[in-house]
Design a binder for this molecule. Structure first.
Ligand code: NAD
Length: 260
């Protein structure tokens, strides 16, 4: 039986990377998906994937840092597919610099997307679930970086630690309504974001391009970087009723890199 039969899932930052793989997995489990990302049109890869999964994905262009765009997006999503049952709160950006060079502008950019937008998208979706007296599941994307600091990555690490904290508070606030809130903390996953990460490490650690990726993959106990599809099992599990007694948790999906 499909585990997300006729659920409405909203996924942010899901035009590519981890989000797109999870949208595909949700659709294969019977969900109708509203897929949000910045580009005006979805990529050809996304369109091909949508056709292959029976056209269950509705692409919407929106910038989640703009509250007006999020309100318009939610209104459209509800008109198309009803109240959101599952939120995969995934949009984020990465940047890094040595601590003494990481300035206020970088801090503001990272916190605006990774923390502020993530919190307000969650709040808006939860308000609709509560008003409609619906149960639901929210999954916020944290990171291994939220579990452990890194000398060159202080702002991004702090944003991902904040995601864990908001997840815990929201889970407690929503428990009386039968709504669950969890987080996933991926390890190193080979996505468009990691192309950017690799290039930045190459600059700051004077490495050839691709070398940081090779090293981080080797350091994973399971011996390789993750692929976007390595996240889909955890995402479907947390979205579905199989995890009905699990809330306020952050699940590491990282090949054994982090143990708490
Ligand atoms: P990605 O860059 O491939 O995908 C992120 C998506 O978010 C992009 O498509 C981007 O366009 C979108 N986005 C950014 N700002 C937005 C905005 N303001 N409004 C709407 N969409 C916006 O990254 P990914 O690797 O697939 O990462 C997905 C999530 O997983 C992120 O939260 C990331 O921090 C987290 N994560 C990734 C890794 C990794 O190694 N790739 C590791 C740990 C955590």
């Amino acid at each position: 039986n499909p585990r997300l039969h006729e659920r409405h899932a909203l996924l942010t930052g899901a035009g590519g990377g981890i989000g797109m793989a999870v949208a595909e997995a949700f659709a294969r489990e019977g969900a109708r998906c509203t897929v949000v990302d910045l580009p005006a049109e979805p990529s050809p890869a996304f369109q091909a994937m949508n056709e292959a999964t029976g056209g269950r994905l509705h692409y919407c262009s929106a910038d989640v840092t703009r509250p007006g765009e999020v309100d318009a997006l939610l209104a459209l999503a509800e008109a198309q597919n009803g109240i959101v049952d599952v939120l995969f709160n995934n949009a984020a950006i990465f940047d890094m610099a040595p601590l003494l060079d990481s300035d206020e502008a970088m801090f503001d950019r990272l916190f605006a997307v990774n923390v502020k937008a993530m919190f307000f998208v969650m709040q808006k979706v939860l308000a609709r679930m509560v008003a409609a007296q619906r149960s639901g599941s929210v999954i916020n994307l944290s990171s291994q970086a939220g579990r452990r600091g890194e000398a060159l990555v202080s702002h991004y690490c702090a944003t991902k630690a904040a995601v864990i904290s908001y997840t815990q508070s929201a889970a407690l606030a929503m428990a009386p309504h039968g709504i669950r809130v969890n987080a996933i903390a991926p390890g190193v996953i080979d996505t468009p974001m990691w192309g950017h990460v690799d290039a930045l490490f190459a600059r700051y650690e004077q490495l050839p391009l691709g070398e940081k990726k090779r090293r981080v993959g080797e350091a994973v106990p399971l011996g390789r970087m993750g692929r976007p599809h390595d996240l889909t099992g955890a995402a479907v599990f947390l979205a579905s009723d199989e995890s009905a007694y699990i809330t306020a948790q952050t699940l590491n999906v990282d090949g054994g890199s982090v143990m708490s």
